[in-house]
Design a protein around this ligand. Structure first.
Ligand SMILES: Cc1ncc(COP(=O)(O)O)c(C=O)c1O
Length: 402
């Protein structure tokens, strides 16, 4: 929740710029907008942090990932490898562009593993929707080797991993296109918003047109623009973009604090031998929005969760039982319950979502407890939290007759 912790005068200033002109639309109205272009400024701030050649702001992380998949050339009937541990938007985006999600195993990075991806490949596999979970990053060297070997299209959902990098390259920029979410719960928020990034000009142009009903954005008369292909309305408003501008400027400072807090907590928690931590592809690129604990096994972890609840320890997620982040609870997805028919329901699928097994993922997510890191934490608060966590873990791991 770092972005929302720091909401203040800078955000109000950017919003007021828009309110003063009343131009809430990101395109045109040049004469009356007093030279305020908040969506463009938001994109510039994202490019500054990530080094992306192109960025396009949209209405949400969900629409940005859908546009990234479509603009990368993935569509009806294509199989796309996805993780079973993600926010469900990544899977919905694959389904709603007409493609077929195929689930593969994650590893202790909390992201798809190269081994998992390779095992899930079929003759119909067109691409991968790789999700960088919990502020971290996947093991990109081995994943890129599989992408190249099988000539796959890589699209990255870095919805939770804005400002995270792997060996100097920012998440979202390893494949054709990537996306970040700026919803209310991210390192920076626009209220609602998402940004697509890519280093490929053609993919950027397609995303730009696709996310605005096929408008080419060439020429001064919106109604008379060319429409090279069909699209839909995934536009961001100037008000949301204005908040995104101010918030994105805060991200380097937030990241520094988060990283300090994560290390501080890990140093304290490492004293308990039952506690270890999720891995990162590259630790030095962590955006550190989450402190991800791994406990010895699922049963112990569930006992720890019970102890947390009894002791009033707050601010954590046990994703294994979470309705929107883990496949075990996605009955609507497993049974493909939809309001209207999707291509995935009428095409042959190589995976039965109800009978497939993903033992490595079950094992990792069963052992995982994630705490949201607050950039406003004080040393005293962290010491208190770490002591409570350790006390609960000790209780949960104590031999029964001790
Ligand atoms: C990994 C991931 N992808 C996509 C999204 C969707 O983003 P939004 O809420 O902005 O649509 C989220 C949101 O939590 C997410 O965590």
């Amino acid at each position: 929740m770092a972005g929302t912790e720091l909401f203040g005068a800078e955000e109000r200033k950017e919003i007021n710029d828009v309110m003063e002109t009343g131009v809430l639309f990101r395109y045109g109205h040049d004469a009356i907008r007093n030279n305020h272009w908040k969506a463009k400024d938001f994109e510039a701030e994202v490019k500054k942090i990530t080094g992306a050649k192109f960025a396009h702001a949209m209405s949400s992380g969900s629409t940005a990932i859908a546009a990234a998949l479509a603009a990368s050339g993935i569509g009806a009937g294509d199989e796309v490898i996805v993780p079973p541990f993600t926010f469900i938007a990544s899977v919905e985006a694959v389904l709603f562009i007409g493609a077929i999600p195929v689930f593969a195993e994650i590893d202790e990075t909390l992201c798809l593993s190269a081994e998992g991806i390779e095992k899930a490949i079929t003759p119909k596999t067109k691409g991968i929707c790789l999700v960088h979970m919990c502020g971290g990053n996947a093991e990109m060297d081995s994943i890129m080797a599989v992408v190249k070997k099988h000539n796959l299209i890589l699209v990255e959902d870095a919805g939770q991993a804005f400002a995270s990098s792997y060996k100097g390259t920012y998440t979202g920029l390893f494949g054709k296109a990537g996306s970040y979410s700026f919803d209310f719960f991210k390192i920076a928020t626009a209220g609602e918003g998402g940004v697509l990034v890519t280093n490929d000009e053609e993919t950027y142009k397609k995303a730009d047109v696709y996310s605005d009903h096929g408008h080419s954005h060439i020429g001064a008369k919106r109604g008379m623009e060319e429409h090279p292909f069909l699209g839909f309305n995934y536009r961001i408003s100037e008000l949301h973009a204005a908040i995104g501008v101010a918030q994105t400027r805060r991200v380097p400072g937030i990241k520094e604090k988060n990283r300090h807090h994560k290390k501080f907590m890990q140093d304290l928690l490492s004293k308990n031998k039952s506690i270890s931590f999720a891995k990162l592809g590259d630790e030095s690129g962590d955006s550190a929005t989450f402190l991800n604990l791994l406990l010895p096994d699922t049963q112990t972890t569930q006992r720890v969760v019970n102890e947390f609840n009894a002791a009033g320890v707050a601010g954590f997620d046990y994703w294994f039982l979470n309705m929107y982040h883990f496949i075990n609870q996605w009955d609507h997805l497993k049974n493909l319950q939809t309001v209207s028919k999707l291509p995935a329901q009428i095409l042959e699928r190589s995976q039965d979502y109800n009978t497939m097994t993903l033992p490595k993922t079950q094992e990792v997510v069963g052992r995982l407890i994630s705490f949201s890191i607050k950039c406003s934490w004080t040393d005293e608060q962290m010491k208190e939290l770490a002591a409570s966590i350790i006390a609960c873990v000790e209780k949960a791991t104590k031999p029964v007759n001790a």
